[in-house]
Ligand binder design. Structure first.
Ligand SMILES: Nc1ncnc2c1ncn2[C@@H]1O[C@H](COP(=O)(O)OP(=O)(O)OP(=O)(O)O)[C@@H](O)[C@H]1O
Length: 906
């Protein structure tokens, strides 16, 4: 490992460049990848498996060096998929049951209001054209009815609406939001989504939607802007700017830089807090809350509630538009949000649902089983109803389990017919083994046409060139047209994948069955307008699970309720935040504030008051708020630092104690102390392997050992723990110390990640689930940015400056990011540095930037030329825009591959 001195003498950029120049290969991947960036899709025939991030044992691959040849063939022997016998002669095996004539959706010749150009919508022709070129030539009747709800098109009324997955919800929200910012000068909109991958997809979509449109600028403000600008206004100054906010790192773009901000929940909450504090919130005119049912999510749902409550408490008109596919108590939510409520069951692409048990396939209905007659366990177990098809038993021992055999056979059948299948498995282990086994029945590389194989090879080489290297299982499967993704949420929640068929391997998440809501989301992935005109789902289960599976299939979607309570500490966080941003400062005003919260609609007043009283008491006792003689509350410096850095109040107190120690003795002659400070404090559910801890401790240099001492970690104690003596956690002090030990174990992992060790190798080395290492890698940058803010708010300027300085050089991915940047065409040497210095430090950041923004950076990279001219040459700017578009497209492609390689947040 490099010492701190070495790093300080040489920037990571220089280092990255030198390594590139020398053509040095990274230790962890033997392929440098194909420099030409080609289409990264894996071809039309594919099977894709997705899973939860449930822990599983480390990969069985022991070597971290992989074969270089792209013509790498899976070592496993080919297996064959079972045959499927059809009982009903009218349904041939290659025929999809729903390929029949549907009653056509009414067209605008019958109802002129289905045409977006109709005056009732009052949309600019450019917008109508843009939608048409994206395949939306007319709207669905439900979209029309919804849009025409009272006061919606004028922005006077809020809206809560529900439509099945794939039903076309986004269009309604997009139109309402765009209308607001186009019709009302100088206004802004926020669109809030739960996952980074969704934010990414939405940014791309909306940028296309708003192409050529102009924001409505206030003429007075425009004059002022002109007068204040040393540059003449760029030709695109009035275009609608769409910016995405997500992931770690500082928020680089500010409220001023966008017309539409697309954010994850965390980023939206931060943006809104800042805007309330500096009063720029007054520009906010529309907020879209997608996946509104997330409010019920134990971990992050409270953020949605806090955001909506804050918006409701402001005294300015903000149109709130909330949508969901699964919101059984939409009326209550609408009442809370003071919104018009609309619900439809329309699905442009019907889905045929199937149950598979003991190899028998039962057709259970169209569009959600709940609408059908309920099947009973005996009907299936006593063969009282007819199966439509039967999957024959396999002669391979690998496929002895009938559920697995069904999954593999059905995926294989879909792919052979040239369509995509999406398999959901209950754990990482099952996901990987499904991917491997499916790939073994797929046509082998030599049996596939060369065009498809080229695409797969390109994809594999792109994966290999990622900083984390290609996953060993993907190495085995990609060339067979099979890939997988660990983490089911973003896939289930709406990424547009062209999956014709969704196959559920047991409908479990870990050991537990998924909930009815998740089941509906996963099945809803089948068939997608514009991507796949038909959809099918197959829920494959064991005979023993039949009763629970049927219960699950027919279960009502549970009503959603507020997740704010004192036990999960969300109330405390909410109170602290409200006091800190000064939306309330007394018991009464807090009560009034919480009367705008969902908790006041789903719980009785007594409960709310109790939560409030005990929450206030707790954060007061923690020293996060004070109250004066007039009983008015104010956040303390620590309270404000906690809100600004977006940490949980209790974590904040722990961080404060740790940083106070650090201030007294900061070990600067090595990297371990900094890494420790940058190690997130959240519980990743880690289990320390004490032998590994001991080995790593033994390998620490003198500076590292000094860090241990300052943190209170005793080498003798670690030796005992490694011999099997359990870690004591009886008293609060012991628990605190145990937390330090665990955090240090994560800091060691972070150190290895910073040194570009691939995630799967780190996971194996530390005997940790890959999912938790991945979470660590994904959250550390955001956490580090939070720590810098924390120090700034505590008045620890020097510490903040030191952390800031090191975060650029030391943070996980810093060097790998530079290597990544250099893969984008035109971003080399000096340009890379300029991009880096201007905050575009990752492929993701560049992918997400508006190409017009990139033009400015490209200009900065050529300052002499510009200064000489004194003004921007339009032709030159046009040239740069072409360059910027190439950069953007390429960065998007790389970023997509990264996302698919699980680099998404959360
Ligand atoms: N009126 C329309 N005509 C043609 N295509 C449409 C129309 N409305 C929406 N679509 C397309 O249908 C697809 C699904 O729409 P959308 O993503 O809005 O669904 P959704 O209801 O938000 O689903 P989810 O719950 O999965 O997010 C998209 O590709 C979208 O462009």
């Amino acid at each position: 490992m490099e010492s701190m001195r070495g790093i300080l003498h040489k920037t990571s950029l220089q280092e990255a460049q030198e390594r590139q120049l020398a053509g040095q290969k990274r230790t962890w991947s033997t392929s440098n990848g194909d420099e030409d960036r080609k289409d990264s899709s894996s071809g039309s025939r594919s099977a894709f498996t997705a899973t939860t991030a449930a822990p599983a044992s480390a990969s069985s691959q022991s070597s971290v060096r992989f074969q270089n040849a792209l013509h790498f063939l899976p070592p496993s022997t080919k297996l064959s998929a079972s045959k499927i016998v059809t009982f009903n002669a009218s349904e041939g095996p290659s025929e999809y049951t729903q390929r029949r004539v549907f009653a056509a959706t009414p067209s605008s010749t019958i109802d002129p209001e289905l045409d977006l150009a109709h005056p009732v919508y009052n949309l600019p022709p450019q917008l109508v054209n843009n939608f048409a070129s994206l395949g939306i030539k007319q709207i669905y009747p439900w979209q029309k009815n919804c849009l025409k709800g009272p006061g919606l098109l004028t922005g006077a009324k809020n809206l809560v609406y529900c439509a099945p997955t794939g039903g076309g919800k986004s269009l309604v929200a997009d139109l309402l939001m765009l209308k607001r910012i186009m019709e009302e000068p100088e206004t802004k909109a926020l669109l809030i989504l739960p996952y980074v991958a969704l934010v990414q997809e939405k940014v791309r979509w909306l940028r296309t939607v708003v192409q050529g449109l102009t924001a409505n600028l206030d003429p007075e403000a425009l004059e002022k802007q002109k007068a204040n600008s040393i540059w003449r206004l760029r030709p695109d100054h009035d275009s609608i700017k769409v910016i995405g906010f997500f992931g770690g790192g500082k928020i680089r773009s500010t409220w001023q830089d966008f017309d539409i901000g697309i954010c994850t929940l965390e980023k939206a909450n931060m943006l809104i807090n800042t805007a309330i504090e500096d009063s720029s919130i007054s520009q906010l005119r529309a907020v879209v809350l997608d996946e509104l049912h997330m409010i019920d999510d134990d971990h992050r749902g409270y953020l949605l509630e806090l955001i909506a409550t804050k918006l409701l408490s402001l005294e300015q008109p903000i149109q709130i538009i909330g949508m969901s596919a699964t919101l059984p108590n939409a009326n209550l939510v609408a009442k809370w949000l003071n919104a018009h409520s609309y619900e439809t069951r329309y699905r442009p692409i019907p889905i045929e649902e199937h149950l598979v048990c003991e190899g028998k396939i039962y057709h259970i209905g169209t569009n959600g089983a709940t609408a059908q007659r309920q099947l009973k366990v005996e009907e299936i177990s006593k063969a009282q109803i007819d199966a439509t098809r039967q999957i024959e038993e396999s002669s391979h021992k690998e496929f002895r389990d009938p559920v697995l055999n069904a999954v593999v056979t059905l995926a294989h059948e879909t792919a052979l017919m040239g369509y995509g299948a999406l398999v959901f498995a209950g754990s990482r282990g099952i996901c990987e083994s499904d991917a491997r086994l499916i790939s073994r029945v797929m046509p082998q590389p030599h049996e596939v046409d060369s065009k498809t194989m080229d695409k797969r090879m390109d994809l594999l080489s792109e994966l290999r060139s990622l900083s984390t290297g290609a996953d060993p299982v993907l190495e085995e499967t990609v060339l067979s047209g099979v890939a997988f993704h660990r983490g089911l949420n973003d896939l289930a929640a709406g990424i547009n994948l062209p999956a014709r068929r969704v196959i559920l391997h047991n409908a479990r998440m870990g050991r537990e069955f998924v909930g009815p809501s998740m089941l509906r989301q996963m099945r809803g992935r089948a068939g997608r307008q514009g991507k796949s005109p038909v959809g099918e789902t197959y829920l494959c289960c064991r005979q023993d699970d039949l009763e629970q599976v049927l219960d699950l299939m027919y279960a009502d979607i549970p009503e959603i309720a507020s997740c704010l309570n004192t036990e999960n500490k969300r109330v405390q966080r909410a109170i602290l935040e409200v006091i800190s941003v000064r939306l309330a400062n007394s018991h009464e005003s807090l009560l009034e504030y919480f009367s705008n919260s969902l908790i006041s609609y789903t719980h009785d007043r007594e409960f709310v008051e109790k939560c409030l009283t005990s929450g206030l008491e707790e954060i007061h006792d923690l020293g996060l708020i004070v109250n004066d003689s007039y009983s008015s509350f104010a956040a303390t410096q620590l309270g404000k630092a906690i809100v600004a850095s977006s940490v949980d109040p209790y974590d904040g107190v722990f961080i404060h104690a740790e940083l106070t120690k650090t201030l007294k003795a900061f070990v600067m002659d090595g990297e371990m102390h900094i890494l420790y400070v940058f190690t997130p404090v959240q519980d990743f559910g880690i289990i320390v392997n004490w032998q590994v801890f001991r080995n790593e401790m033994d390998a620490l240099d003198e500076s590292g050992l000094r860090v241990l001492g300052f943190l209170g970690i005793k080498p003798t104690a670690v030796l005992k723990l490694a011999q099997g003596v359990p870690l004591k956690e009886n008293t609060p002090e012991e628990r605190e110390l145990a937390r330090v030990y665990r955090r240090f174990y994560l800091a060691l992992q972070l150190r290895d990640l910073c040194n570009e060790m691939p995630i799967h190798v780190v996971a194996r080395k530390y005997d940790s689930p890959r999912g938790s290492v991945q979470t660590l890698a994904q959250t550390c940058q955001g956490f580090a940015a939070g720590m810098i803010k924390f120090c700034e708010h505590m008045g620890w300027g020097i510490m903040a400056a030191a952390l800031e300085h090191f975060s650029d050089r030391l943070m996980a991915g810093a060097r790998t990011d530079l290597l990544e940047l250099a893969k984008i065409p035109f971003i080399k040497s000096r340009t890379a540095r300029v991009f880096w210095e201007n905050g575009y430090r990752t492929v993701g950041a560049i992918a997400n930037a508006d190409p017009k923004e990139l033009v400015l950076i490209l200009m900065h990279a050529q300052p002499n030329k510009l200064r000489l001219k004194g003004k921007i040459d339009e032709k030159y700017e046009e040239k740069l825009l072409v360059k910027a578009n190439v950069i953007s497209a390429s960065a998007n492609r790389l970023w997509q591959v990264q996302l698919q390689a699980e680099m998404a947040e959360e």
